[in-house]
Design a protein around this ligand. Sequence first.
Ligand code: NOJ
Length: 753
Amino acid sequence: MKTKRKLLAIHIIFIFLITSCSSKNTLDGDNTYIDSLISEMTIEEKVGQLNFPVGDLFNTGPTVRTSESARFDDLIREGKITGLFNAHGAAYTARLQKIAVEESRLGIPLLFGADVIHGFKTVFPLPLAEAASWDLEAIELAAKIAAKESTAAGINFNFAPMVDIARDARWGRISEGAGEDPYLGSLVAAARVRGFQGKSLSDPSTMAACVKHFAAYGAPVGGRDYNSVDMSLQALHEYYLPPYKAAIEAGSATVMTSFNDVNGIPATAHQYLLEDVLRKDWGFKGMVVSDWQSIGEMLAHGFVADSLEAAKLAIEAGTDMDMMADIYLKKIPELIKNGQLDEKILDQAVRRVLALKYDLGLFSNPYLYSNPEREKSDIRSEENLAVAHDIAKKSIVLLKNENKLLPLAKNIKKLALIGPLADNKEDMNGSWSFFGEAQHPVSIAEGIKNKVSSTTKIAFAKGCNLYDNDKSQFAEAVRIAKESDIVVMVLGESAVMNGEGASRADIGLPGVQEDLLKAIHQTGKPIAVLLLSGRPLTLEWMDQNIPAIVETWTLGSQAGLAVADVLFGDYNPAGKLPVTFPRAVGQLPLYYNHKNTGRPYHGKHEEPLTERVYRSRYRDVSNDPLYPFGYGLSYSTFAYSNITVDKKSIKSGEQIKVSVTLTNTSDRDGEEVVQLYIRDMVASVTRPVKELKGFQKVMLKAGEARAISFVLTDKELSFINHDLKRVTEPGQFAVMVGGNSRDTLTEYFELTQ
Ligand code: NOJ
């Protein structure tokens, strides 16, 4: 009783101090309040601060726990949990917080975490889709609104952004990141962190970001989720680590480890990654949380013999918080008692967790984020929905538009709308949108109805289901197609077909959707396909036979409005693929920044057979993608000409200016993402044939021509050498500019030392 009173007194004095000074970023280390708090804590209370279970509202992983809404009360009172994730709602989080603050011995406030991956109740496009906008401001704004909405409901710790580079579309979680490129991926990662965290973590409408999944979770063997990752350290540093680093540099307060092992060591106990790279090289001062049960999963990996060893290796490597495994809670006291773990390591982990709570402002006001008024006014506001509409339009990629079939006229007489996703609301929210409600999104059918003239007749037929082999609905679809002037087909993946645990060995259209498309094609009617997916799909037949194809991904709350804007020309599409679309699944992993190999194949079938056979190629499929990275059409057309460099030779430390003339050769205003790539022609480690090093999104009036310039410095010309050092090496560079990674103009220059 005495201790509790003493602590309350300390608390009150410090709360006074905290509220009277502006919140200091404790990630810098020194914080007397936290140190004095730690000095009062028992081992059990310290360990409680590292224990992070899922709340009772819903699970985002496998669990054996039962659901009783009051089951956390005692654990909170006893100081056995640091917070809960997936628990949300101002009233509910405030109720739990009150128990922590008023009824636990030390009154330490709780964290509330969640996966607010692409919006809270206002759902934004899937992260992969947003990356297709190449619009960093829009991406930052979407993250800012996601934070504004979810913090009103009590959540202050966001398990996002996911920044895993993904080169294999079989991997279902490709939908959650920014695609295959480290340069674009890094910029997007930083934009999302800025959006979530704003200028100050203690601002009640911002939340702590958690960059994940550290590291290389996006490169599982065979694209199968949770599988091992085995790659050279050079590739890891050059292609996979940059987006995490960019997120850290943008200030991400926390990091999540990944499920996979990296070159034989599970990421959750990876000393090299967590200590040498993250903390020593990158200077990360924040808190590291495990992924869901990943501490315990080290047993299945065959890396530890039991949970005791798992706890020891994970905390010693720098995993501060245990998500869902309960292993720290159960095993760390034993490790300390047996002298197997230095208490200083425990204190350090606790300090990082408390520092996060401090920076979030929770010690000054534990209820900062549980705001019933804001919960009413800030969630799904008109303003937020307007932003969702805007970024949804920007995320759409026009893949094919033969003979200018699109945009459609609004006064078209008879439109047949066909497909299992055409009149669907729920799937518009996409994977990882637990807070988005099924009835909210605008369906494609609603969007189209809203747009066409009052005289347009729309006939709808589902045609088939998403997955099964039932063709009984084909006849009706064919019938309405025959009676129409134009057919719009909405095909693709449902929300659950991508995301966690949703790897696919075949990434074609699921079920009998392609057969349905072929049946409708037989009618001879013009067809525009709207594709919904969270990953590249194999679309070769469609590309060869269907005149118009639009990748609409999964666009969230305002999907139907955005799609209709593009379909009927109220918005001129400008999205570009952040990921390569293969022709066949057997080409995977397929990515634009590949090496040349010693036997490159350029697809010249007129070459003698012997030349072709002993080349790096497939016998049955071309090496080329169906749609390359950076690709996307517009209703405008653009021409690139006159690429120049301002110097033919530069010394290391100098910069070079690359210019090109971009002309809008159409009669329609439009936007183009001008992309700059380089190739280091000869180097001490083989270099990719192209690497993105700059882009600009440019709006040009019909007929307008403009000079576009980029500046390259050592930073862009450098690479990671065999000793894992970032270096530039003298020699020739090619610089390429174009509207996608395939169709570019080239110039050369020399770099001298
Ligand atoms: C497992 C996922 O890998 C991770 O991304 C997520 O944040 C957690 N589950 C919590 O839902």
